[in-house]
Design a protein around this ligand. Structure first.
Ligand code: AMP
Ligand code: MG
Length: 334
């Protein structure tokens, strides 16, 4: 899956959920360095511009190191991650964690408040029972029994002591709806600290662009949720975070019903009032969490929420394929 390469050749950048279409003119690629990798269970793409080739390559290495670090701390698939330890022990009492993990869990809880529980990292109390690759899902009785464990109020973070505790047994957390955006945002901070003024970092559906691309904005294309080569709409962006959540990322279909990786905390079942959601804004941690949130909230409640957040915009593809834009994107509507 990983194609680990470093090149200076100019190609358009194709992401799973969002297409960032590079303005590929002859000679415009001098000074740009790119690398692909597979980290955090997802496709990573980094593009950096700098006249100093050694600095640009160091910058890319710094980003990949940061992603490996976040994976080691937050992966639910590594038994030795801090997150796995929390899931094993936090129902028994406060578990010491790094201040970084405590802070990100706290931010996730704040998004839960903001979204009236649509975003809820305790979705994992049932989420772990799905296996999208093998087409497995919990039966209705199991879902009903486990449903009370989905409630972010069960999670207690003590920032000063850097501990996490669960108020109830059967609670599990998973940061899959926010950690990739956080990793991209942290990486962008590191790049800026190294003097990088033009770059693009993406982890799966979460992307941040720094600056522009040689005097032109980056072009974000929102892919068609049922045609991986089709583009629904394009928007120019500069110094912006963009996240897309879609029901085509990890799923299986059974009797005409799609079971996919975004879980409605109210039901323990996959959320089905949207096919994809794209969020634009200043902070990739938030665009990531909000794209997952709006997928659960659906177009009406979701757009109403975004219209209360002046720095964020949204494009929602509803269950019938209709497009919904937040008020700030009205000029981009086709
Ligand atoms: P994204 O692609 O950013 O929408 O993230 C999807 C991931 O978010 C899933 O694979 C889960 O790890 C996680 N997730 C699923 N449902 C929820 C939810 N209701 N609240 C928070 N995270 C969720
Ligand atoms: Mg997300």
């Amino acid at each position: 899956m990983c194609c680990n390469f470093m090149s200076r050749s100019g190609t358009s950048t194709v992401l799973a959920a969002v297409l960032l279409l590079a303005a590929a003119t002859a000679g415009a690629d001098s000074g740009w360095y790119r690398q692909d990798a597979a980290i955090m269970g997802t496709a990573i793409h980094v593009e950096v511009y700098h006249e100093d080739a050694a600095l640009a390559q160091r910058a890319i290495a710094v980003v990949l190191d940061e992603m490996h670090h976040i994976d080691r701390v937050m992966s639910p698939f590594r038994p030795d991650s801090e997150l796995s330890r929390v899931n094993r022990e936090a129902a028994l009492g406060p578990v010491p964690v790094s201040p970084e993990l405590a802070r990100l869990i706290e931010r996730a809880l704040q998004v839960s408040e903001l979204t009236t529980g649509a975003f809820d990292i305790t979705f994992a109390s049932i989420g772990y029972l799905y296996d999208y690759r093998d087409g497995k899902r919990p039966d209705a009785q199991t879902v009903q029994q486990a449903l009370p464990a989905i409630d972010y109020h069960h999670v207690h973070v003590d920032q000063a002591a850097a501990t996490v505790a669960f108020a109830s047994r059967g609670v599990r957390i998973d940061l899959g709806g926010i950690a990739k955006g956080y990793a991209v945002e942290q990486s962008a901070l590191l790049l800026r600290g190294m003097g990088i003024r033009h770059a693009m970092i993406s982890a799966g559906g979460d992307t941040r662009v720094i600056g522009d691309r040689h005097g032109r904005p980056w072009l974000v294309g929102i892919r068609h949720p049922r045609d991986e080569h089709g583009i629904l709409t394009r928007m120019p962006v500069q110094d912006e975070a963009v996240s897309t959540s879609g029901d085509y990322e990890r799923f299986f279909d059974e009797d005409g019903v799609r079971y996919h990786h975004i879980i409605d905390p109210a039901t323990g079942d996959s959320a089905r009032s949207a096919l994809s959601v794209t969020i634009l804004g200043p902070d990739t941690t938030m665009t990531d969490a909000l794209s997952t949130s709006l997928f659960v909230l659906g177009p009406q409640r979701g757009i109403a929420l975004i219209d209360r957040l002046p720095e964020y915009e949204a494009v929602v593809v509803d269950a019938r394929g209709g497009l919904h834009y937040s008020s700030g994107l009205a000029p981009h509507q086709p």
